[in-house]
Design a protein around this ligand. Sequence first.
Ligand code: B3K
Ligand code: ZN
Length: 886
Amino acid sequence: PALVRREDYTAPAWWVRSVDLTFDLDPAKTIVASKLAIERNTERPAEPLRLDGEGLNLLRVLVDGQSVSFRHEDGQLVIDAPAADAFVLEIRNTVCPEKNTELSGLYTSGGGFFTQCEAQGFRRITYFFDRPDVMAIYTVTLRADKAKYPVLLSNGNLAEQGSLDNGRHFARWNDPFPKPCYLFALVAADLVAREQRVTSRAGKDHLLQVFVRRGDLDKTEHAMNSLVASLVWDEARFKLPLDLERFMIVAVEDFNMGAMENKGLNLFNTKYVLASPATATDTDYSLIESVVGHEYFHNWTGNRITCRDWFQLSLKEGLTVFRDQEFSQDMAGSPSARGVKRIDDVRTLRQIQFPEDAGPMSHPVRPDSYVAIDNFYTATVYEKGSEVVRMMQTLVGRGGFERGITEYFRRHDGQAVTCDAFAQSIADVNPASPLNAQLEAFKRWYSQSGTPKVTARGTAADGTWTLTLAQDFGAPQGVTSPVERQPFVIPVRVALFTRDGRPVPLKLEGDAEAAPSERVLVLSQAEATYRFLDVPADVVPSVLRDFSAPVLLDDGLTDADRLVLLAHDTDPVNRWEAGQRLALSQLVAAITGDGTLALNDAYVDAMRAVLRDPSLDPAFKELVLTPPSEAYVSEQLTVPVDPQRVHAVCQQMQDQLAARLHDDWLAAWDANQISEGYSPDGAQSARRALANLALAMLVRDAARSGDSVWPGKAYQRFKDAGNMTDRLGALGALVGAHSELATPALARFHELFQNEALVVDKWFGLQARASEKDGRVFAKVKALLQHPDFSMHNPNRVRSLLLALCNGNPAAFHRPDAKGYVFWAEKVVELDAINPQVASRLARALDRWRNLAEPYRGAAREAIARVAAKTDLSPDVREVVDRALK
Ligand code: B3K
Ligand code: ZN
């Protein structure tokens, strides 16, 4: 398959002004009639008309009502010499939605019709210029059997509906806003809707609808509340109102990703819509809030202003992730709840994006090339892209950033633009900011891949504290860059504390005034030195507070320093990080040493102090008391990774925390019981999170000591729980400790929830992620593949079993006998024939094979090579395995 390059971008030779689509929907054979008003782009040299199409059955092509000669070339429909500079092109073709297992284009799910067009699904519906910079006004008519498909939806506003012969009916929709075809959507299904009318600040009325299958209506309240909150927030924070009379969300069970921001008609994976206390966890509730927010925010950042080409994907994704993160923080409210959300985001970034950027799929936030664009919906484009936007906000201030957003819309509303255009808007309205002064250098965050490493060293002498910051901006291993790499512009938030925890005012030499507690330094050279005046002799620096830049930090602190920060830092991120680093250094020492761990007393005492501190948010305690994951630990090693050894040492850590803090876990469990009715709010979910961790620790410790009280209590809790968070927490505690009661509990859980698809996913997922012991988990997953509820055709199921094992359970997957890799290779190939996008995600489970120790490394390489040797791989999987082997 061919490589597409950013530098090859050219503007389209033709524009489409309007699109009129008519669908005669039938699962086996849907007829698509398309009428396009086309105009030559007079700024381009004359070129043939080339329309993208994939797997279509073409019936006819007319130009201004006349037949025209055309040919097929490289999967495109080519009309060599259209007679005029403006004409109407009519195309009629058929597609077969029920055979569309890729879930891209028009497909069936649960007896209804749904679409997914981003990035290149529209070409699987009809011939078109399938590129985001061709924007048109759409009119869509849907015709279908009325009894089977009572609800007919498309983008925009409903213009007309009525009955037709033979029990069929129709609906016509108009979308007043020009859009690229990737934002097109249709739905035809038997659905019901929760509806709510809202009035915006500007006084406009809107109808909000959440469509779900009959029977799921009682699970839509939270999604609707989240939608209303999103609307209110975007108007308040960024002055961005809803621009349509009607805004619809539709839940669908078979969906390749989380959700899709089609104009006025968002399609959602059921996982990010449906919630009831009995079926959804607190985490599900907060994910729903953030995904509903994310898709809603796309209406401006993505839809009103879209991407010029797919290399600019982060223009909409990085920015929209930033917006949803800010939204969730604002919804969380208290400073500590905001901190907890930030820690979550930082953890995701470091756990997923950092390894991605150090492995074979490393790419800049604005990639330079791709084979399959769907492979670039990555943590780099999304999460690192969001960090890049966050750094801009840090450099221009919150108010300056809001002004920048306003300017961005003033300049580019209705256009398809680049990442550069966004950065320019923010910088231009903040002339005095460091972003403006160093814009070109700042934009290296878009063009240079890899995670820079920052070293911070402080020394004190004569009342002056000198901080030297240095950055290593060299290429990550294995990355060759076409241009010479240059330093990044890195905002570094710094504070200083005395050893008894008092913040020290920061008077930077040259500053008129001292900053009372924190100063943002902007490192833009390879190295810089900063002198702070009037600083007491013995201070502990807190560097990169709030994770002010997506970098690896070497702060050179001692354990004693970290204990000070863990006890006193006023920044939740660095306070948490101090604890993580204390854990990490012990884990790494044991892994690279003789494989045995004995937690030091200072660390255990510090963890006890956190657990007992009545002033701390229970959610924060839960984060601090959760040691770094095996995947994260593995990434920190400078020796080849033996996943079994990492697992063994991490297990020792958990066992020792369970044993040595036994009484404190007991106290935490007791202190965090909730007697009021269930609410997914932050305060309650914080307490449940800590209580569930305490329960898991108590059950784990009981397994060691042979005591049966806590497993019994967990089983009781599992049976009686009034909500899914507590039920799953108790079940997880039993499964995680390999308790004998896990088996009956799992059976009971399945029986209770067998008709709740999203809960069945949890049931698969819990078993696939369970802590490995003697190969049991791996064997169980293989057995579960035969379970009647498992299907390779449903992406949620595949994620809950296969991705959970291969991506989420290193010790079960990386086996010395290589069976995990053999299994992986088989499943990648099997899945690729069904759904390349999902297969390609699974293919990435071995991205980091080069870091493995033998015998894992050789066996992993062999498995990748086995997949790569197949000649009929999709471009998606082909790109991933070829890059892995390169
Ligand atoms: N924009 C979509 C992702 C589309 C993925 C295509 N493979 C959802 C989102 O980011 O909001
Ligand atoms: Zn998005």
